[in-house]
Unconditional design. Structure first.
Length: 283
């Protein structure tokens, strides 16, 4: 077949494709999928992502509260700087001093530069806070995209039905729903790659990051742990004990697993050792 006849064939196919009249969004998505003969795959994927935004609630793509990198309203400059450097984020939600239920503002990393260059400058965190944008978990992603554009904001705080912080969502999160994963120099190849590693001091145990999702822990180690209202292994331990600061060095048994808290601060757990519990033989 000559290139000219092939071009005519393509135009005929394109005309037939354009003559179809989709009646629902699903029909339109299917029409886009069928258009891969005429459009670049990346273009089809992008258009499909745009069409998917209206039916995607923000809770499906937000960063859940346990995974949020934030600071507290009573933190001092020297407490904030290590968080800024380690996370390499440009914006941070600021929580009240008594927990993560309430966000009182958003701190932009660039607003700290003058305190770094001029250490004698009086540091008052409250004066640096920007007004946060709040959205419910059920908000549609396309509506949020329009809101962020209108308010010229890059981050929104997601709240549950009781007004407590459920997570956060960024403009980048929404764009990734359209164009796919956006990698930058600070992104890790696999964020869960080092969540669970063999304990070098105990061949029958594993070192587990407290923010490891329960589902991932179960898949990796063949466990069957479940939590009510929590998503991480650290959250599961807190749910079981109701304690935080007094847990360092303590051992907690959950089902047939034994967890030892290796590192924690006054607000959260950090590192755990996990091993299968030794069951007593049936007499």
């Amino acid at each position: 077949m000559s290139s000219e006849s092939g071009s005519v064939w393509t135009m005929r196919g394109l005309k037939r494709w354009l003559s179809a009249t989709p009646e629902t969004r699903d029909d339109l998505v299917q029409l886009l999928q069928d258009s891969r003969r005429f459009l670049a795959p990346d273009t089809v994927d992008m258009l499909t992502g745009v069409l998917g935004l209206p039916k995607t609630p923000v809770r499906e793509i937000m960063t859940p509260r346990p995974s949020i990198v934030g600071i507290f309203e009573d933190d001092q400059l020297m407490e904030i700087l290590p968080i800024l450097i380690e996370s390499a984020h440009s914006r941070f939600p600021v929580f009240t001093h008594d927990g993560r239920d309430t966000v009182v503002g958003v701190l932009l990393a660039k607003d700290l530069l003058r305190f770094i260059h001029t250490p004698a400058t009086t540091f008052e965190l409250q004066s640096l806070l920007r007004q946060p944008v709040f959205v419910p978990e059920t908000a549609r992603s396309d509506q949020l995209l329009g809101m962020l554009k209108h308010t010229q904001t890059h981050m929104a705080i997601v709240v549950d039905e009781y007004g407590a912080t459920a997570g956060l969502i960024t403009l980048e999160d929404l764009l990734e729903e359209i164009v796919g994963e956006i990698e930058d120099e600070h992104d890790e190849i696999d964020p869960l790659a080092d969540c669970i590693i063999p304990d070098p001091e105990d061949k029958e145990a594993w070192l587990v990051q407290a923010l490891t999702p329960i589902e991932y822990f179960n898949e990796e180690l063949g466990a069957a742990l479940e939590g009510e209202g929590v998503d991480t292994i650290g959250g599961l331990l807190l749910e079981e004990t109701g304690l935080v600061s007094e847990l360092t060095g303590q051992t907690v048994d959950i089902d047939n697993w034994q967890f030892t808290v290796l590192a924690a601060d006054s607000r959260s757990l950090t590192l755990l050792r996990a091993r299968r519990a030794i069951l007593d033989p049936i007499s």
